[in-house]
Design a protein around this ligand. Structure first.
Ligand code: FES
Length: 338
């Protein structure tokens, strides 16, 4: 899965710096639900792993060298392991299939240190979570933390059918106590959670967190549009559901990029990314998703007018940073702090 959008919440910029690579061992692979497995990674030398906060994700380097992002679903107080849950999607880009079909217990794998673009709001008096399908993964870690701290929450978990729904056993006590409701739609969204009614009113101190397929994300975003700025937080693990641009309605023009520190200047041609142009001229930059949702390529710009195409940065961040894997420039040139 996934991309990251913070609605009005302050972005923790140090969380967008390039992650450090780690080699870990697959300690176990376990069944959670049909087509959903949990992968447990541990330190190859048996020690602790770098700490993380609820909502964090890691990059996993797959055997073919490609990289995918997966949210950590275990308790953030655990230092001996990272756990991710992966839905095998044969119609995806191949990452989840490789995870299921190739990664076995005992194998070593390169991952990144955790990064968090989806943190819990520290000032919240009530947390409302909406998870769609495998979008439950970051929310499991967040709920564990909220419970540990004795804070109030309600989880709305939208899924298709029980046998394809992860973590139902772990959530059973919360369902019984009324703080979690699971909504099965059996494949017809008209049978699912009534988002409009659920999100109609907003109480002071309530924060909303949502993660799931793009259709659900867009629906939650629309149904909560009236919530106060800074109270909605979401994580997307695929490019946003914006309408596809065509050459006719958004013609790409060439523009110049100037590197302020190294005093270099290149042209970015139509159909080329800034990252492509930099690499072509021997300038290596960190990338991961290359679709504008992981934050790995975030770069400060000093002048010019970017044409932002990421799904990570909010308005304030866009005044200072640009995701150079996908964004272009409206101005004739863009000066980067590189
Ligand atoms: S945002 Fe992921 S590489 Fe640019």
């Amino acid at each position: 899965m996934n991309a990251v959008v913070l609605h009005g919440a302050p972005l923790v910029r140090q969380d967008l710096v390039a992650p450090v690579k780690l080699t870990v061992r697959v300690q176990s692979v376990s069944y959670l639900a049909d087509d959903i497995n949990a992968f447990e990674f541990v330190n190859v030398e048996g020690g602790t792993l770098p700490s993380f906060t609820p909502g964090s994700h890691i990059d996993v380097q797959l055997p073919d060298g490609s990289i995918r992002q997966y949210s950590l679903c275990n308790a953030s107080t655990e230092r001996h392991r990272y756990v991710v849950a992966v839905l095998r999607d044969p119609l995806g880009r191949g990452g989840s299939v490789a995870m299921h079909d190739v990664l076995r217990a005992g194998r070593t794998v390169t991952i990144s240190t955790p990064r968090n673009h989806f943190p819990l709001a520290t000032a919240a008096s009530m947390h409302v979570f909406i998870a769609g399908g495998i979008g439950i993964t970051p929310i499991m870690s967040m709920i564990t933390e909220v419970v540990r701290k004795g804070e109030s929450f309600h989880l709305y978990y939208c899924a298709r059918v029980p046998h394809r729904t992860a973590f139902t056993r772990e959530l059973r006590a919360f369902v019984d106590s009324g703080v979690t409701s699971i909504h099965y739609d059996n494949g017809d969204v008209r049978n699912g959670l009534d988002l409009k009614a659920t999100l109609q009113s907003h109480a002071d101190g309530t924060h909303l967190y949502y993660c799931g397929p793009s259709g659900l994300m867009d629906a939650v975003e629309a149904a909560s549009a009236h919530w106060p700025r800074g109270t909605r937080h979401c994580e997307r693990f695929s490019a946003s559901g914006s309408p596809v641009r065509t050459a006719a309605d958004d013609p790409e023009k060439p523009f110049a990029i100037e590197l302020a520190r190294s005093k270099k200047c290149f042209t970015v041609h139509p159909g080329e990314t800034i990252v492509d142009a930099l690499k072509l001229h021997g300038v290596e930059v960190e990338t991961s998703c290359r679709e504008g949702y992981c934050g790995a390529c975030m770069t400060r710009y000093l002048s010019g007018d970017p044409l932002h195409r990421d799904s990570v940065l909010d308005k304030e961040d866009r005044e200072e940073f640009v995701m150079i894997c996908c964004s272009r420039a409206k101005s004739a040139s863009l000066v980067l702090d590189l």
